[in-house]
Design a protein around this ligand. Structure first.
Ligand SMILES: Cc1cn([C@H]2C[C@H](O)[C@@H](COP(=O)(O)OP(=O)(O)O[C@H]3O[C@@H](C)C(=O)[C@@H](O)[C@H]3O)O2)c(=O)[nH]c1=O
Length: 181
């Protein structure tokens, strides 16, 4: 029996810290990604959570545009990259994995891949820095509803958006069984 113990433990991986006592995620982020956890205020009638408040001084970028993008289950929107604006994501409904790949030559996290889970169980606001490839993957059972508040107004005549197919081999991540673009 001892052999089984040693054999299985030798093949096992030990959990590393992932959260702190106050519930902060100890997750790695691409350099420059900003995050703010949303506080849900609930009373006997319902709940309220602030999405954006100038008083937070969250970033020094202007508030130019707000839109909602939805994502059907098992669908990926991406890979996308923006050169002149940052995205500001706020998940309202559902569970979405945001996969990011930093290709910025001078970034301390250059060449690293990151996976963040945005969920309506722990809402947060995150920014996506320019020149970071990103893809949004609905890993839930229901349609995701995401608010985006990009730092520049959408240029209909010349969108600031570059795309790679979700199955590109230029980014070290695949979405088996998912569809999208
Ligand atoms: C972003 C945007 C798109 N559109 C139009 C263009 C197009 O016909 C349709 C869908 O646009 P998109 O394919 O860009 O929509 P979508 O794929 O939902 O866009 C989002 O994807 C994620 C991954 C991101 O990175 C975001 O920046 C944003 O581009 O909506 C607008 O009218 N206004 C806008 O502000």
């Amino acid at each position: 029996m001892t052999d089984l113990l040693h054999q299985t433990l030798a093949a096992a991986s030990k959990d590393q810290p992932t959260t702190t006592t106050d519930g902060t995620y100890l997750e790695r982020h691409p350099h420059g990604l900003r995050e703010r956890r949303a506080q849900t205020i609930t009373d006997d009638r319902g709940s309220l959570f602030e999405i954006w408040n100038k008083q937070w001084a969250f970033d020094d970028q202007p508030m130019e545009q707000v839109y909602i993008t939805t994502l059907r289950p098992n669908v990926v929107k991406g890979w996308s990259l923006h050169k002149t604006h940052e995205d500001r994501y706020f998940i309202v409904k559902g569970t979405m994995q945001v996969v990011l790949y930093d290709v910025r030559p001078d970034s301390p996290t250059r060449g690293h891949l990151f996976k963040l889970t945005l969920s309506d169980q722990a809402r947060r606001l995150i920014t996506i820095p320019t020149f970071v490839w990103h893809a949004d993957y609905n890993v839930g059972q229901d349609e995701c509803l995401l608010i985006n508040m990009p730092t520049k107004i959408y240029n209909y005549a010349d969108p600031d958006k570059w795309r790679l197919p979700i199955d590109t081999d230029l980014i070290p991540h695949q979405f088996p069984g998912a569809r999208g673009y």
